[in-house]
Design a protein around this ligand. Structure first.
Ligand code: SF4
Length: 466
């Protein structure tokens, strides 16, 4: 009998992408094969997100369509995992009687077994306890890229931003032990990976709760020493928890990229307070100035929510002004949607949808203008590009990312894939740098660039749990 095929569709953040890579790897190890699409699959899993209304609606819609497919193919196994599963629990079986599996994000280590169990017994499975995610061995993950990988360093969140459902569905903050993380990265390096992105809801508080004093800086120090790894990124950074020590480490450690996703959320202090973000705009701007002082070439990204309850025109103008002042390289702009169970859900969702749309559009247009201006500063400069492969839009050209995380497209052969190349930027749009190959792969020029400005003394600590 042919091996059963599995298709996983992922919604939401990088953490969900990594979880999906783990689930797929676990199923492949049990003899399943990857399906290219849902119509050729025997098992379809939706790894869901409920942080915003839109991905939740999309997952519902998708599962409805899959339910119709199941009418023609009653053996099709359908599972819903991730945050939506945790939030809605067994009610999902009532809403979607064709569903076989409901699995919360802490239980994805059990998911492959649940699939096998449904195959054997044809009985529904549900696992929504909040534990165990820290013990997952991500070395099993079936990675989408052979060059860059996500590495989970912590789970959950203790921040309770008033609009956010994550602490309720992903649980309390838990840091993974550094030895587990380092072993995973050494394994990735041994398999030729060049870039790692350390993932957590709030990586700046990594290490909270450890018996020994060990934090994100200590972890970055150790990852920076792993041979073969050329680039380190980390996401997401909560502004209230970033330290000068971390900024100095970013500037000093040559493998840590000059890129930070640093969500502001709103430029109005009143709204920031209602959001329970723990900082005012002036504090945030001071941090941005400090980051740019130690790393003048750092690229900053942000998340902004428009139409938060009670947001006035004046509040919105404050956000516009903040974005003009800060000049992000990139920004994700979201329209507020009420998330049941959060503190903000008790406030009136009183900004009309049309107004939210208008504000969203205005910020998008402003950001496009700023991104274009900032990207044009790179014209004429040589940048380091980690080459990923042929460009999707123009397969005759190669594409990769700069250390600042800009997409770069340039003339070059497929033999460059996986290497670090030097590219001279000749043109820029708001989203992409276009260039010409200046030097072929693995010159590791980022280090030369990095060493030019990194004269700070190391503050190294190694993990000692005793
Ligand atoms: S830091 Fe705030 S926005 Fe981010 S996951 Fe935690 S509660 Fe949600």
């Amino acid at each position: 009998m042919a091996e059963p095929k599995v298709f996983i569709k992922t919604y939401g953040c990088q953490m969900n992408e990594l979880d999906s890579e783990f689930i797929l790897g676990d199923l492949l190890a049990r003899g399943f094969r990857r399906a290219e699409n849902e119509s050729e699959a025997d098992v379809v899993l939706l790894n869901t997100c409920c942080v915003r209304e839109m991905p939740e609606r999309k997952a519902f819609g998708k599962m409805g369509l899959l339910g119709e497919m199941k009418r023609d193919n009653p053996n099709l196994i359908l599972g819903l995992c991730g945050c939506m599963a945790q939030k809605r629990k067994e009610t999902l079986f009532k809403q979607m009687p064709f569903l076989d599996i409901v699995c919360g994000p802490s239980q994805i280590g059990q998911l492959a077994e649940m699939v096998v169990s449904v195959q054997r017994t044809r009985t529904r499975q549900i696992r929504i306890e909040e534990d165990a995610a820290g013990r997952l061995d991500f070395r099993k993950a079936s990675r989408r890229s052979a060059i860059k990988a996500f590495v989970s360093i912590m789970h959950g969140c203790d921040n309770y931003c008033s609009y956010c459902v994550v602490p309720y569905v992903r649980g309390r903050e838990q840091s993974r032990p550094p030895e587990q993380i380092l072993a995973e990265i050494e394994d990735l390096a041994g398999r030729g990976y060049k870039e790692v992105t350390l993932l957590g809801q709030n990586v700046n508080s990594y290490g909270k709760g450890f018996a020994a004093s060990y934090d994100l800086v200590d972890l970055l120090e150790q990852v920076n020493q792993i041979p073969g790894i050329e680039r380190i990124r980390f996401v997401t950074s909560h502004p209230k928890d970033i330290s000068l020590r971390l900024m100095e480490a970013m500037a000093r450690l040559e493998k840590v990229c000059e890129h930070l996703h640093f969500p502001l959320q709103s430029g109005a202090d009143r709204i920031l307070q209602l959001m329970n973000r723990g900082y005012a705009l002036a504090d945030y701007v001071r941090l941005v100035d400090a980051l740019r002082a130690v790393m003048p070439d750092i690229a900053l990204g942000t998340d902004i929510i428009v139409g938060f309850p009670t947001e006035t025109e004046e509040d919105f103008r404050d956000t516009l002004e903040a974005m003009r002042r800060i000049e992000y390289d990139s920004a994700f702009i979201f329209k507020y949607s009420t998330r049941e169970g959060t503190a903000a859900a008790r406030l009136p969702d009183d900004v009309p949808p049309e107004k939210k749309k208008e504000r969203n559009q205005e910020l998008l247009e402003l950001q496009e203008e700023i991104s274009l201006r900032r990207n044009r500063r790179w014209i004429g400069q040589e940048v380091e590009v980690l080459v990923e492969g042929p460009s999707k839009r123009n397969p005759d050209k190669m594409m990769g990312r700069t250390r600042q995380n800009h997409i770069a497209v340039f003339d070059g052969g497929t033999e460059l894939a996986g290497s670090l190349a030097r590219v001279t930027v000749v043109r820029a749009t708001a989203l992409t740098l276009f260039g010409e190959l200046a030097q072929r792969g693995d010159a590791s020029p980022g280090r030369a660039l990095a060493h030019r400005r990194r004269q700070l003394r190391p503050m190294r600590r190694t993990y000692n749990p005793k």
